[in-house]
Design a protein around this ligand. Structure first.
Ligand code: NAD
Length: 352
């Protein structure tokens, strides 16, 4: 017997709304019933693309063909729309950040429990190739015990114009790329307690919202994970820089250029002094090839996976598997975000 194809719809047909519409049209097991956007220009664009634009949110939510609604509006209205959709009997995928504070998230989770509807979040960057590759290298043990991970993205155009520049809509970089990079960290480190965060934020191009931040996260097993997002950088640092007891990893960019360098003989640590600026140093003398080994990255084996998020959603809605992004994962992420804001405001280390 063939399986029923799920009905999907999108609320908020902007940049990400178009992405979700495309995913529902492309991936087997779900079909796009239509979209709704408060902007008439986006409604017209949907119709131009051959996609039904519902005349109102209510009309969309009352269509019995729709099983799941994806919310791709600005961040401050995810909560209201998600609760409304669940109360109309729809399963919900919210774009990230799920919402702006822990209390709001609890209201959303309560609606899910009250209505029995699935409620999850689009944490698609768990499937980025560079992240899958960094995870793979760390998990193989080739670096020895990993003790420091640095995860960065850097642009040079400030915050994109529009609602992302405005605090009331949940603007700023912590709610933007920050959510993705924190989710990547928490998902990789799950099972190990995050003990403290210390953060600083920048306001170089925007006084209202953070246009960048650095956060140092310390885990119970001693691992330090640094996340940095900046938007005024005209020279970029690598996407990933990972240190282990036995080697280092660098992934330069989203094309996954980079390398692994491991040490082959730690007994040969001595060096002759080299000139360094106005002095000499043995400590910082570069290693010779004789005690290191350079490995190419198996980047081709870790392409970005465009399908698995939706396939998991479809299988979970069909009762065949568990949903990937759980309520508890979202609770932790929202608490960590709150702690990062608090640390930046107070200048203090925040204990979780
Ligand atoms: N997961 C990802 O990779 C990713 C990437 C980009 C954006 N996002 C998230 O997606 C969401 C949307 O971002 P975007 O870049 O598409 O923004 P956008 O500005 O391009 O689109 C938002 C759309 O929502 C519409 N809208 C606003 N309020 C609405 C309402 N009450 N009801 C219906 N429509 C409404 C706007 O008219 C606009 O067309 C944000 O939460 C953002 O953080 C996620």
């Amino acid at each position: 017997m063939s399986k029923r194809v799920l009905g999907g719809a999108v609320i908020g047909y902007g940049g990400m709304g178009h992405f979700h519409g495309g995913q529902m049209q492309r991936i087997d097991g779900i079909e796009l019933c239509g979209v709704f956007d408060i902007d008439p220009a986006q409604q017209a664009d949907a119709e131009k693309n051959g996609i039904h634009a519902y005349e109102s949110r209510e009309a969309l939510l009352c269509d019995p063909r729709i099983d799941v609604v994806v919310i791709a509006t600005p961040n401050d209205v995810h909560k209201e729309i998600a609760i409304d959709a669940m109360e109309h009997g729809k399963n919900v995928v919210s774009e990230k950040p799920v919402t702006l504070c822990p209390a709001d998230l609890e209201e959303m989770i309560a609606a899910s429990e009250r209505t029995g509807k699935l409620f999850t979040v689009h944490q698609n960057r768990r499937f980025d190739g560079d992240y899958l590759l960094a995870r793979h290298v760390m998990e193989t043990g080739v670096l020895g015990d990993v003790f420091r991970i640095e995860s960065r993205v850097q642009g040079s155009r400030g915050i994109p114009s529009g609602w992302r520049e405005e605090k009331e809509h949940g603007g700023g970089m912590l709610y933007d790329w920050g959510v993705h990079m924190l989710d990547q960290m928490l998902y990789f480190m799950r099972g190990t307690k995050l003990e403290t965060v210390y953060s600083v934020m920048t306001h170089i191009t925007n006084t209202e919202c953070d246009d960048g931040f650095s956060v140092m996260c310390r885990f119970a097993n001693g691992v330090e994970w640094i996340i940095e997002i900046q938007t005024n950088n005209f020279i970029q640092l690598p996407r990933w820089y990972v240190l282990g007891t036995n080697g280092s990893l660098i992934i330069e960019d989203w094309d996954m250029n980079g390398r692994i360098v491991t040490v082959t003989d730690t007994t040969k640590n001595d060096s002759l002094p080299v000139v360094a600026g106005a002095g000499i140093t043995r400590t910082m003398a570069p290693r010779t090839d004789e005690t290191t080994h350079t490995l190419a990255l198996p980047a081709k084996d870790y392409p970005t996976d465009w399908d698995s998020y939706y396939l998991n959603l479809i299988h979970a809605l069909n009762g065949e598997t568990d949903i990937l992004v759980t309520h508890d994962q979202q609770r932790l992420l929202v608490h960590v975000i709150e702690a990062i804001f608090r640390s930046a405001e107070t200048g203090e280390v925040v204990h979780l």
